[in-house]
Design a protein. Structure first.
Length: 222
């Protein structure tokens, strides 16, 4: 159909070319999500601290990162970090650092919204019990904020997985790179990119379906 030849697409092709890239894409997604949530939570707490010395740097960082295309940040880190430290660090490590630094800005806004969604009465109750700001956040606010924001955090993770294809720009071997190499070897680049789009769609649709189920379950519990 339309002159397409998909006969090269089989388990052997997936094992030889795509599996390695898929593993890296998943690893990058998991590491960037965990790192982004940790640093994003710290940024959110800085913005909500009420202290200008903490609020302004966090605000500049978050707004700055959210205003720059991810592929540009990837290229910056890939080119500038080796220049600053005097030695190359590799495309994969550069991609991990870039995604954690970049995604922290987005997870920060999600966590800030989650923290602000907690009724102030619970915060005041914690203060009345003698809790410090840190104890109040750790024991009262953050557990509820994570629960409220879990579907949004997972949705951002799906977007992050899609964005991992951008590491192709610095030569990292992700899933898209695997399909690209297969297309070159078999002389079928159009079919390879079509199949890559289908695989990305299937994975992301399945993850979105799971997020919707989780969201419905959380809503029932509430």
């Amino acid at each position: 159909m339309f002159g397409l030849d998909l006969s090269f697409f089989d388990l052997e092709m997936l094992r030889k070319f795509v599996l390695q890239g898929l593993i890296f894409s998943v690893q990058l997604t998991v590491v960037a999500t965990l790192g982004g949530i940790v640093f994003g939570t710290l940024l959110a707490l800085m913005r909500l601290s009420g202290q200008k010395a903490l609020m302004w740097p966090a605000m500049v960082y978050v707004n700055g990162m959210r205003s720059i295309p991810l592929v540009m940040v990837i290229l910056w880190f890939y080119l500038l970090i080796p220049f600053l430290i005097g030695k190359p660090i590799g495309a994969e490590i550069s991609a991990v650092i870039t995604f954690i630094v970049f995604e922290a800005a987005y997870f920060s806004e999600i966590m800030r919204a989650g923290i602000q969604s907690i009724p102030r009465g619970q915060v005041f109750a914690g203060q009345a019990m003698g809790m410090t700001y840190g104890q109040n956040m750790r024991l009262v606010v953050l557990p509820q904020a994570f629960r409220n924001m879990l579907p949004v955090l997972l949705t951002q993770t799906i977007i992050l997985f899609q964005d991992t294809s951008l590491v192709y720009a610095i030569g990292a071997y992700d899933m898209l790179k695997g399909f690209t190499n297969a297309g070159k070897i078999y002389g079928r680049p159009e079919e390879a990119y079509l199949l890559a789009a289908v695989v990305y769609f299937v994975i992301c649709y399945a993850m979105s379906w799971l997020v919707k189920r989780l969201q419905a379950k959380i809503a029932i519990v509430r």
